[in-house]
Ligand binder design. Structure first.
Ligand code: NAD
Ligand code: UDP
Length: 312
């Protein structure tokens, strides 16, 4: 198949491109390189089945493809809050343009959504049927509401035009190729620790997340894209259901590195969700998917990646 990956030069997108090339597909990688990097796909650049197109999804693009993975969107709070209006445009216009393309060429399309659609959740753990608790006017809204509208558009194009859609709600995913300056907790903690700097803990560090290793995430996205059930258009959580606090994460990192870590306290960002854990019953039942890589193993692999990158 000819497969379009928007955001293909980013962290998740580049792993997805690798997987699709390995599976024998033709891959078109579209990215504006805002948070992505050509280095992430450098090893694919000469490949006869890989093409990189520098393009911004707020503009339409005409292509002939069989499948579309729409991942273009900055994912780290520091990056999506840098130009919030642009973030909204990326999610909303990006989804509209990709759906228009999918409709025209009758392609199947997957939208990368997020656990952030649940906001600061009043229900725990989060099932797909929970509608969320999202602030529409806060600093995270450009991202959260942008993704919610992207889900709305996907569902309406499905209902109104019969477009074959998939929606994956990605929970915190980490691994090799996260950018050093990404700003999310996993890369911040590891990079700071390796550079001998104090690790920045926001708030009291007792807020929780569930962290999924990148290979598991890509497997989940592929399984959803291949799923043919009558309910295939419904959102599916893909993430870990192992809930840890930021202090637990710190402890685990300290064990991985074999030494104690210094910390420095920073204020908890506005609207930072207090608790988050994926209920992955749907992914298990419909996709036979469940994560294979423990946080301890994933952390070891990610530390090894950053060690090499930083010449540690
Ligand atoms: P990332 O920042 O590494 O990748 C995003 C990619 O999109 C980058 O390559 C960036 O340059 C590109 N991009 C941004 N705006 C664009 C635009 N207007 N036009 C074209 N390209 C654009 O982040 P990631 O972690 O790889 O996230 C990929 C997708 O998964 C995003 O849609 C994100 O919202 C979603 N997601 C990720 C996580 C996670 O934990 N990694 C969690 C939830 C959702
Ligand atoms: N966080 C932290 N130190 C950092 C970066 C993040 O303590 O250097 C916290 C942040 O407040 C949040 C959690 O880690 O509670 C996860 O943050 P991240 O930005 O990785 O993801 P998100 O908040 O979008 O889930």
């Amino acid at each position: 198949m000819r497969i379009l990956v928007t955001g293909g030069a980013g962290f998740l997108g580049s792993h997805l491109c690798d997987r699709l090339i390995r599976d024998g597909h033709d891959v078109l990688c579209v990215d504006n390189l805002f948070t992505g990097n050509r280095r992430n796909v450098e090893h694919l650049l000469g490949h006869p089945h890989f093409e990189f197109i520098r393009h911004d999804v707020v503009q339409p693009i005409l292509l002939e493809v069989d499948w579309i993975f729409n991942l273009a969107c900055p994912a780290s709070p520091i990056h999506y809050q840098y130009n919030p209006v642009k973030t909204v445009k990326t999610s909303v216009l990006g989804a509209l343009h990709m759906l228009g393309l999918a409709k025209r060429v009758r392609a199947r399309i997957l939208q990368a959504s997020t656990s952030e659609v649940y906001g600061d959740p009043a229900e725990h753990p989060q099932k797909e049927t929970y509608w969320g608790n999202v602030n529409p006017i806060g600093p995270r809204s450009c991202y959260d509401e942008g993704k919610r509208i992207a889900e709305t558009l996907m569902t309406d194009y499905h209902r109104q035009n019969g477009v074959d859609v998939r929606i994956v709600r990605i929970f915190n995913t980490y691994g090799p190729r996260m950018a050093v300056g990404d700003g999310r907790v996993m890369s911040n903690f590891i990079v700071q620790a390796l550079q001998g700097e104090p690790v920045t803990v926001y708030g009291d560090g007792r807020q929780t997340r569930s962290f999924c290793y990148v290979d598991d995430q890509i497997d989940g996205m592929m399984a959803l894209m291949q799923y043919e059930g009558a309910d295939a258009h419904e959102p599916v959580n893909v993430g870990s259901s192992e809930e840890v606090s930021m202090l637990d994460l710190l402890q685990l990192l300290s064990e991985t590195l074999g030494r104690p870590l210094q910390t420095v306290s920073r204020p908890l960002p506005t609207d930072d969700p207090l608790r988050r854990r994926a209920d992955t019953t749907r992914a298990r039942e419909r996709l036979s998917w469940q994560p294979q890589i423990s946080l301890r193993d994933g952390l070891t692999r990610t530390v090894a990646f950053f060690r090499e990158l930083l010449g540690d």
